[in-house]
Design a protein around this ligand. Structure first.
Ligand SMILES: [Zn+2]
Length: 237
């Protein structure tokens, strides 16, 4: 008999995990993280979905430690009406609505993703990524405008490029006049976005992280280290 593979979605402490389940001739349920950082569950052949869910929930702390980093620096591969998404530091339920082109709008009841085919969860995830990137670009540009006075005037307005960076939040290259920002930064609070934007703006004057760099940075943002600590926590969750 060949092993059967199925998917199980479990939300533990507000974090949604998509778990690959393999039913096998084994006695116990085992949860592990594969090389791609994805949680995998091996269960006895006749285990119910309910048993699997409560088992995964009981492993919440372990999951957050081992799969947590992956879950923050990622976007859903499938998205359904009412799923939880993280935008600007807030977990919100997203509504999917039919419309002509992919767009993310914010109404009082929460974020609404407008797209052509909201019933298709894979297409919805792709539309969400595109709409979130557009939104991030608008937010990042607007925040950079607030710190343009930090950048020597000859540079004008640097070009922002959004990357799916997971190992750092941003980088600045005065030679090409580009600031690269991680898309995942849009998942953190605005005060954290500002701290990264300002950090990169200061690099236009100080390329290294020496005392000159921090003196200038802290003169514009005295609570920079506090904001950095918040960011570090996001990277860990
Ligand atoms: Zn730096």
């Amino acid at each position: 008999m060949s092993n059967q593979t199925e998917k199980l979605t479990v939300t533990v402490n507000g974090v949604r995990y998509e778990i690959t389940v393999t039913r096998k001739q084994v006695k116990r349920l085992t949860l592990r993280i594969d090389r791609q950082g994805q949680p995998c569950l091996t269960v006895p052949v006749r285990t119910s979905r309910k048993e699997m869910t409560s088992f995964v929930e009981s492993c919440g702390e372990w999951l957050a430690r081992h799969a947590g980093k992956r879950s923050f620096f990622s976007l859903p591969s499938e998205l359904r009406n009412g799923d939880t998404v993280m935008i600007l530091g807030e977990e919100r339920r997203i509504l999917l609505q039919r419309g002509a082109r992919a767009e993310l709008v914010f109404l009082e009841r929460g974020p609404v993703l407008i797209m052509r085919d909201p019933e298709d969860a894979v297409k919805a995830a792709a539309a969400y990524k595109k709409a979130l990137t557009d939104m991030a670009m608008n937010v990042f540009r607007e925040r950079l405008r607030r710190y343009l006075h930090v950048i020597p005037r000859r540079y004008g307005t640097p070009e922002i490029k959004i990357r799916m960076m997971t190992s750092r939040w941003g980088s600045a290259n005065p030679t090409t006049n580009e600031i690269h920002l991680s898309l995942y930064l849009i998942k953190t609070p605005l005060e954290c976005v500002d701290s990264v934007v300002l950090h990169e703006a200061v690099h236009y004057t100080h390329m290294d992280h020496g005392s000159g760099f921090y003196d200038m940075l802290l003169s514009y943002m005295p609570d920079y280290r506090k904001r950095s600590a918040v960011l570090k926590n996001y990277a860990r969750t």
